[in-house]
Design a binder for this molecule. Sequence first.
Ligand SMILES: Nc1ncnc2c1ncn2[C@@H]1O[C@H](COP(=O)(O)OP(=O)(O)OP(=O)(O)O)[C@@H](O)[C@H]1O
Ligand SMILES: [Mg+2]
Length: 404
Amino acid sequence: MPRDDYFVGIDVGTDKIVCLIGKMGEIEEINIVGMGKAPSRGVKAGSIVDLDAVSEDIMIAINEAEMMASVKVEEALVSISGAQIKSVNSSGTITVSGKEKITENEIEKVLQQTREFSMPKDRDILHLVPQEYKLDSQEGIVNPIGMSGHKLDGKVHIITALKASINNLMTCVNKAGVEVKGIVPSFIAAAETILNHDEKELGVGLIDIGKGTTDMAFYENGSIWNSFVIPVGGYYFTSDIAIGLMTSIGEAEKIKRKDGTVIVPEDSANRTITFSTSKGDKEKTIPIDILVDILNPRAKEILGIIKDSLKQQNVFDRMNSGIVITGGTANLQGFTDVAEEIFGIPARVGKPGKNLEGLAERVSHPEYSVAVGLLFMASREENGRRGFKKKGVWGILKGLIDKF
Ligand SMILES: Nc1ncnc2c1ncn2[C@@H]1O[C@H](COP(=O)(O)OP(=O)(O)OP(=O)(O)O)[C@@H](O)[C@H]1O
Ligand SMILES: [Mg+2]
């Protein structure tokens, strides 16, 4: 693959592994030219539990995407999740001459300082996002390059992961024959494609509910201030259906994806669902309301846990633009209605759609937010390399990854 023309994102999830291949579009920003997907067999609650299975699944997803795009994948940006991801806010200060203007050099020095916080030895910094700078007494500076002053402070959000988890992920991708260009926390990638400028300025909560993890991030004044991952997800709804309707996990998953709703639908009077029970192949038909009775309490419970977590982080009252829910579980009908009831603020489903060409339709679903976000990040890096745009935070992450 001509490295400069194509970029690749691989989302390694608990439910599925997705590989997307993109290139710069004619009109819109990204043209998705290849897509491959494999059920994920070696990931539990976001963490890799079987290296061979994960690398095989990654390979299946890559091969499918390669065939579609007619290119060979050599390197990719890869997502990481799991409750092992931890984040902190940190800051750094340097003195500057006052005569000279601030350059990238000073920025790098101040960012270097922000990395000096106590971190357990088994962790590594995965991602570092500058939030704002202060030059002497002027606060809230987004980019101090070209300004002059005596004291430069920088605030950052740092996301760390267990070294073992990073190594496992790198091993799996390498075993699939692909170089890791960088590892990105899932929520950072999802935010790239589903949050808009105003939401990030006014205060918004991003909630990515997958199969085994819920990733959360809070943005305000254009920056990320809090992020964390909890081990709950859509799997609970599936097992509730299996238990409640006495059917298999596979059948429960089918019922959920086809008819899953957490509120009584308007046409409920004429709606029934038919499925095979676990007792042989006997089929059973029930009114849709019974499914709602199973799924609604679980939705309330999970959203209640998420609300409590956001309260603990002291961000709940600052989400002035509400919450954006993404990930496969956001497909459950009525999920945002229940979220609005529990949170008392506006909620919407976040899915990719803007600035896409090619397979745009196919990826315009909440379960592809992370993979599409990875493509946007990878494309920016390509532009940076070619000198189209200024190099951003991504350069820092790449530097960290190069250590492995
Ligand atoms: N149409 C649908 N209706 C209801 N639930 C759905 C639908 N489609 C997918 N899901 C659920 O979404 C979950 C998968 O979401 P997603 O693809 O975002 O997960 P993942 O990224 O692989 O996993 P994780 O983020 O937890 O590691 C599964 O529990 C699946 O049952
Ligand atoms: Mg996910």
